[in-house]
Design a protein around this ligand. Structure first.
Ligand SMILES: Cc1ncc(COP(=O)(O)O)c(C=O)c1O
Length: 409
């Protein structure tokens, strides 16, 4: 229905909008539905008591500071802590390389603000994180996509995509959202070499790197880039902008994440952030610092790995038992998601409608594809549902899939 406001919006607003899938997903919020749709951490592992004690300590000991405006770069002790933690992975960054953001989602938006002119191409994996596409659509981005397999972006496809002159490369190397794929070490090195050769910067989005349930940690792209440049000094000045978040290790509701980048890029991001929100909540930063420092965060991440690792195994076993053989899926070594691939003759939006009627939900894969396609794919989250609900949900979804395969055949 047309309204008084329709012609008043900016052109970029026209690319925003509700989709049929989003409307369907609203239905999944009902408590009767077992949802594998959101990227939600398990609420039962939130460290509520530690947060409660930290809030009291912060207000009691530094109340005036916590309730005051703060620096746009972020709370200094938190930036120092992040620099120290990052150094453990073999890259000697300083707090001048770190900016705190209100979630990684804000970091994506700020990157769009400082880099994207209308019509610029952004190189993304196919499929990729939907939230990044949403952030950059507002700046008029176009996309060039690179196909993937279980080891991430394919190098040959990457090189031909680089020839189209993208503004930057967006990569999710660890347990990618949505597929769960991890970029192999060889491909990370190749990515760095190609990006350097073509003079294109890399945006590395890494919310899940610490949530590994099997296999060995692979060095981040930013660390490998620093090695590639043979920079033995303190501080990072290379070709990668790295981001990670406390959303999946502490709690998403505090909206706290960080960017690691060369100091000159941090300065530009700071200017952009001033226009967006002045700074991230001082109180939240101080509380998160109180909770995280002194070893708690490391211990907590061990707990999360154990809980999510068990849930992943349980889900994979249940899918083996209940899903029809016509459907295949990834077996991620970490993160929150796996990726289902149905026969071409099934459309995941239709499957979702039937699934919702059976009180179970997932996210259809098509919107994660910047160049279209993927209508037979689905993203399934394994961190949120409790084990008993997970089993019931996968059994229901398996039944829907078996029925729909049988009908189409
Ligand atoms: C790849 C990726 N980037 C960014 C985000 C946004 O995270 P945040 O809660 O820090 O804004 C998410 C959230 O699921 C994500 O999966």
């Amino acid at each position: 229905m047309e309204t008084l406001w329709d012609h008043r919006y900016a052109q970029r607003t026209q690319r925003m909008g509700s989709s049929a899938v989003r409307e369907l997903l609203k239905l999944t919020e009902s408590p009767d539905i077992i949802s594998f749709a959101g990227g939600l951490p398990a609420p039962d592992v939130f460290p509520v008591e530690e947060f409660s004690a930290a809030c009291e300590r912060v207000l009691h000991e530094q109340g005036a500071l916590a309730l005051q405006y703060g620096a746009t770069e972020g709370y200094r002790p938190l930036r120092e802590m992040i620099a120290r933690h990052t150094q453990r992975y073999g890259i000697n960054i300083t707090p001048e390389n770190v900016m705190i953001t209100s979630g990684s989602q804000q970091a994506l938006d700020l990157i769009g603000r400082i880099f994207i002119n209308r019509g610029d191409r952004v190189l993304v994996e196919e499929p990729t994180y939907l939230g990044a596409l949403q952030a950059w659509n507002a700046y008029g981005a176009e996309y060039v996509t690179v196909s993937m397999d279980e080891d991430g972006m394919k190098p040959d496809a990457l090189e031909s995509a680089l020839r189209s002159g993208p503004k930057f490369i967006y990569v999710l190397p660890n347990f990618q959202n949505p597929t769960g794929a991890t970029l192999s070490l060889e491909r990370r090195i190749k990515l760095i070499e190609l990006a350097d050769r073509y003079g294109v910067p890399i945006i590395e989005d890494d919310p899940y790197g610490q949530l590994r349930y099997e296999g060995e940690h692979i060095k981040s792209v930013v660390t490998l880039d620093n090695e590639f440049r043979q920079n033995g000094e303190a501080g990072y000045r290379g070709n990668v902008i790295y981001m990670s978040t406390f959303s999946k290790t502490l709690a998403p509701g505090i909206r706290l994440a960080w960017v690691v980048a060369p100091p000159e890029v941090i300065r530009k991001l700071v200017q952009a952030k001033q226009g967006a929100d002045l700074h991230t909540s001082t109180f939240n930063q101080m509380v998160a610092y109180e909770v995280a420092h002194g070893g708690f965060l490391d211990r907590h991440i061990w707990l999360i790995r154990r809980v999510y690792g068990e849930r992943r195994n349980l889900m994979l076993d249940a899918m083996d038992e209940f899903f029809p053989k016509e459907v295949s899926w990834t077996r991620p070594k970490g993160g929150l998601f796996l990726w289902g691939m149905m026969p071409e003759y099934l459309n995941s939006a239709d499957v979702l409608k039937r699934a919702i009627a059976q009180n179970v939900a997932f996210v259809p894969g098509a919107p994660f594809h910047a160049s279209g396609g993927g209508t037979n794919t689905m993203r399934i989250n394994f961190s949120f549902a409790t084990p008993d609900k997970m089993l019931i949900g996968i059994e229901r979804l398996g039944k829907v899939l078996r029925e729909m395969v049988a009908e189409k055949r």
